[in-house]
Write a protein that binds this ligand. Structure first.
Ligand SMILES: [Zn+2]
Length: 94
């Protein structure tokens, strides 16, 4: 397992998502208040039909625990360094 980072890398991010569901730390270049943990299927991440999704920097992992550990090291604990997306929490196991 590894955390994969995407910033202005549309093709790489699309390929990563195509190969399976993952978790996404989104908003990494927008300041701590904007960092959210999502799943790759979350509608709030936008649509690559209309947007350049990786203009907003992302870190991804197939392993939720790994991505949370990465977030804690790089940005701080939940509530301080990042938030969990409420929509992703409702729609199933984030
Ligand atoms: Zn979400």
């Amino acid at each position: 397992m590894a955390v994969a980072n995407f910033h202005d890398q549309e093709a790489e991010y699309a390929a990563y998502r195509k190969s399976g569901l993952a978790y996404v730390a989104n908003g990494l270049n927008m300041g701590t208040d904007w960092i959210r943990l999502h799943r790759t299927d979350c509608p709030f991440l936008g649509s690559d039909r209309y947007e350049r999704l990786t203009s907003v920097a992302k870190a991804c992992s197939r392993d939720k625990a790994e991505l949370i550990a990465w977030l804690r090291i790089n940005h701080g604990p939940e509530g301080d360094g990042y938030q969990v997306c409420a929509a992703c929490e409702r729609t199933g196991p984030v």
